[in-house]
Each structure stands twice: as structure tokens, then as C-alpha cells.
Write a protein that binds this ligand. Structure first.
Ligand code: FRU
Length: 493
């Protein structure tokens, strides 16, 4: 089906209940619906937004186009959670229903100001000539649970020197001052981050760009985030237009971080290299917040813009990652699955033994929804292989080459394929020998935490129902594995 502009900008207010129910039914019939990941009821989800802890609950939202698996006019879909493990869905929190956000309630963040939950987001407005004007808007949660939009934008249009690509405010409070970083494109078509400041959360002034060594690094930076962590300053952003190089930057757009030291008066940052947050196929536009115990938690979008996925035919696309806790260790960001997720663990099966050149099926156990911890207790192999979601025809292949310390995820035989971007494998070279894998497998995704969060690889896969086996082997030599597998069956959302 050809999605015309009119179809993409059709609003829910014009959609009859019956029509929406049909869309829900269509999505319900889809294979590959997830069990424990946040996914849209139908339509397309993208960035996590407004992630914040407020009054004993976490609020999390996502960008949502309800009517199909395309990027149309965006809403904010709202969920809450007490523990970041299970979530309660609440439906639409922000609709594109004012002049300022008429063509989409785009990405933004949440912050508690004077005891009230505020959402700060980009209103995407287009003129009759289809010229885009981005406004930065605020909505406040009222006692009835509705988000009430402030009548006037806090920032109108881009600053002098920048194009219409000026969006995704991430706000924080520090020492009596509110700050916002936003993604921007300069007139010379390079990407950057701009910084605003406010004393009262009403009047905002543009102060400067956040100055990094990356002055010419892609044509636009989306979804910036800034925080202090373990005595370091960390900046996340999503540059677009970076060339692939070796194992790096293989996806259509990138998502990564800088660690260093930020001068809060000049907003100059000294930092190390831009490092990708995730080395898998499907990860973009993450957002972080501080949890009730002061930990920095991240959700990512398990998807990318401008790419077709096999679920599109069932009228839905994408999901969020599981939450990850961030720390800075040895100058790098480490990402571990949220500890509280251990409460999801069901029945456990364990096994240990050697994997050798000939395929041995380690176990009768199998599945499509689980957490699997693989401890690599001895490794004398040149290269070893772990295959998951195996059927006669399909398998999702993990490869570790000991000499190169190179870990590869190969989804070429995983089932139905996503639109191909730079091939069907992704690889990463580890800092140290591979000792452990922690894998979260859902109906249509795999998240692999390598060496206790040293690296993460996140990908969608679209296997058949009968692809449930687990197999190991080596190229030559043997490996001693210990497998611990937890069932993770709870159906959600
Ligand atoms: C990132 C992004 C943001 C924008 C939003 C629109 O995926 O393009 O920059 O605010 O999605 O849905």
C-alpha cells in the first residue's frame, strides 16, 4: 500500500472506533509479537520519551503513529511502572492537536518542576507550503492524569544559523538552573547540540552549542542526552550521515556517546572517542533517567528510521529494549540489564559440557522467550558457534573468534529478513577475552550483553514459530560452556 501524505497525517480524531479495532486485530494476528518488550498495540513506535520518576512511579512514553507501520503524524503513548519490570499502558498522553504540534508531537523528555511532572517536547509544525517550524513545548500532568499543554512555546523556531532540524529537548536541573540540550543542524549541514538555560523554567535563553571535537560529524544529531555519572560527564547523541568504517557505524544512523569533562560555564567538553552504544542491527534514539536509587537507566528504541521490517505487513513496527543500568568503568560506558529484571526469571535449566567441532545439541531445552547466561569456562577453540532459534531451516548464529577477540552476530538465516543495510552480520572486537554472554531472547528480538555489559548487541530477528533449538559447535578445538537458561514467558502489553 502506498502511504500518501494525507494518510500519514490523518489524526486519531478522524478515525472511527471500528477502524482502529480492525487495525488492532490485524496486529494481533501477527507472528513475532513480543512477550516482554514494550511494543505498540498497532502502528509504529519509535523513540522512548519523557522517561522520569515521579511520585513513586516511573513514567515512560514513546513516539507513536497509530495507523500503520510508517512515520506519520506522531503521538506520545504513555506507560507507568513501579519497578521498571512491568508496565501499565495508559494510551495517548500527547496528541498533535494544537497549532504548534499540528504535524507531530516529536521527541522530548520529562522533569519534575515544583512538584509537578512536566514534559518538554518538540512540536512539529508545517506551513501550507510544507515548511517545517519546530517549536519547543511544555505539557504538565494534572490531578486527573491528563497532560495539559502550556499555551505558548518556550522556544519558537530554530536559532539564527540553524535549519528546521532543531528538536528533541532533554532537560535537567543543576544548582538552581534548568538546562536543555537539543539536536540541531547548522546551516552548513553539519550536526550539533545546542544548549538552553532557564532560571524559572518559563523563560529560556539559548547559550551556546555544546562544543566537542566533532565539528564535522554527520549532517544532523538527533536525541541528545547529557548526565553526570561516576564523576564523568557523558553525552549521548545520534548522528546521521556517518560512513561505515570497519566494524563501526554499520547501521543507517548511529547512536553513541562521549565521555569526558564538561565545563559548565563555556559548555566546552574534553572527551574521548565517539563510541557506539550498541553493536547490533537495531538500536537508536535512547533516553536515560535517574531511578529512585540514583542509578542511571537507559531505554533504547529497537529499530531505526527509514528501514522496512517484516512486521510492516501486519501494520505494526518496532519495540523498546529492556532497561539497562549504566556505569562508567575504565573510561567506558558499561550497560547491564536492570537487576530488578531477575524477578522475571521463571523455570531454570542448567547444563555444562564441551562443545566441539561436530555439532552437539547441548540440551533438549529450547525456546523462544528466555534469558540465557553462557559462561565460557575454558576456550581452546579457534572459533566457536552458538546457534539460537534453530529449526531445520533457520538459525541465529553467534560466532566468537578467539584470536581476534571478535564476536559476530549473523542473522542471515534467522528467518524473514529486515531490509538489508550493510549486510546481515554485525561484529565487535572485545577489550578482553569473551568470558560471558547474557542473552535476552523474545519472540522477535535478541539482546546480547557481552562480558558483563562491556558491549551490547541488540537486534530484531523474525524466525518461524518452530525455530526454538539451541546448538553449539566449534571450528576446531573445544570449549567448555556452562548454560543457565531462565524461562521468560509472561505476556505483556
Ligand atoms: C528520532 C526522531 C527524532 C524526532 C522523532 C520523530 O528517531 O527523528 O529526532 O523527534 O524521531 O518521531
Amino acid at each position: 500500500m502506498e502511504w500518501t501524505r494525507d494518510m500519514r497525517y490523518r489524526k486519531m480524531a478522524e478515525v472511527a472506533d471500528d477502524e482502529y479495532l480492525q487495525l488492532l486485530e490485524q496486529t494481533d494476528k501477527s507472528p513475532w509479537r513480543q512477550h516482554f518488550h514494550i511494543q505498540p498495540p498497532t502502528g509504529l513506535m519509535n523513540d522512548p520519551n519523557g522517561f522520569v520518576y515521579y511520585n513513586g512511579e516511573y513514567h515512560l512514553f514513546y513516539q507513536w503513529f497509530p495507523l500503520g507501520a510508517v512515520h506519520g503524524v506522531k503521538y506520545w503513548y504513555h506507560l507507568t511502572s513501579k519497578d521498571l519490570v512491568t508496565f501499565t499502558p495508559h494510551g495517548i498522553a500527547l496528541a498533535p492537536d494544537t497549532e504548534y504540534d499540528s504535524h507531530g508531537a516529536y521527541s522530548g523528555s520529562g522533569i519534575v518542576v515544583d512538584g509537578e511532572l512536566n514534559l518538554v517536547y518538540t512540536g512539529n509544525h508545517r506551513t501550507a507550503d510544507w515548511e517545517r517550524i519546530p517549536y519547543q513545548l511544555v505539557a504538565v500532568l494534572d490531578a486527573k492524569g491528563d497532560f495539559i499543554k502550556r499555551e505558548q512555546p518556550i522556544i519558537r523556531g530554530p536559532e539564527e544559523g540553524y535549519t528546521e532540524h532543531f528538536r528533541d529537548p532533554k532537560v535537567w536541573y543543576d544548582n538552581g538552573i534548568y538546562y536543555a540540550v537539543m539536536g540541531a543542524q547548522r546551516h552548513d549541514e553539519t550536526g550539533t547540540i545546542v544548549v538552553y538555560r532557564s532560571k524559572n523554567f518559563k523563560d529560556w535563553e539559548f547559550i551556546f552549542e555544546l562544543k566537542t571535537a566533532y565539528t564535522n560529524f554527520g549532517y544532523m544529531w538527533e536525541c541528545p542526552d547529557y548526565f553526570e555519572l561516576d564523576d564523568h560527564d557523558v553525552v549521548l547523541f545520534c548522528p546521521q550521515g556517518i560512513e561505515a568504517s570497519g566494524d563501526q557505524f554499520q547501521n543507517i544512523y548511529q547512536s553513541g556517546y562521549l565521555i569526558g569533562s564538561l565545563n559548565k560555564s563555556t559548555f566546552e567538553m574534553t572527551h574521548g572517542e565517539f563510541t557506539e552504544l550498541d553493536n547490533g542491527f537495531d538500536f537508536y534514539a535512547p533516553q536515560t533517567t535517574v531511578d529512585k536509587d540514583g542509578r542511571r537507566i537507559l531505554f533504547g528504541w529497537m529499530g531505526l528510521p527509514d528501514t522496512d521490517y517484516p512486521t510492516d505487513q501486519y501494520n505494526w513496527a518496532h519495540c523498546l529494549t529492556i532497561p539497562r543500568e549504566l556505569t562508567v568503568e575504565d573510561g567506558r560506558l558499561r550497560q547491564r540489564p536492570l537487576k530488578a529484571w531477575e524477578s522475571r526469571r521463571g523455570e531454570v535449566e542448567t547444563a555444562e559440557g564441551y562443545a566441539m567441532k561436530h555439532n552437539i545439541k547441548l540440551h533438549p531445552y529450547e525456546g523462544s522467550c528466555y534469558e540465557l547466561i553462557v559462561d565460557i569456562l575454558e576456550n581452546e577453540s579457534t572459533e566457536f558457534y552458538i546457534e539460537l532459534r534453530v529449526s531445520k531451516k533457520e538459525s541465529t548464529l553467534l560466532i566468537y573468534n578467539k584470536q581476534e577477540r571478535r564476536f559476530t552476530l549473523d542473522r542471515s538465516e534467522s528467518g524473514q529478513l529486515c531490509q538489508e543495510v550493510n549486510g546481515t552480520t554485525r561484529s565487535v572486537v572485545l577489550d578482553s577475552d569473551l568470558k560471558q554472554l547474557q542473552i535476552f531472547m523474545d519472540e522477535s528480538s535478541i539482546e546480547i550483553f557481552l562480558n558483563d555489559g562491556e558491549r551490547v548487541m541488540t537486534s530484531r530477528i523474525f524466525p518461524s514459530d518452530d525455530a526454538r533449538g539451541i546448538r553449539t559447535s566449534t571450528e576446531s578445538g573445544q570449549v567448555y560452556f556452562k548454560f543457565t537458561k531462565y524461562d521468560f514467558q509472561e505476556k505483556q502489553y
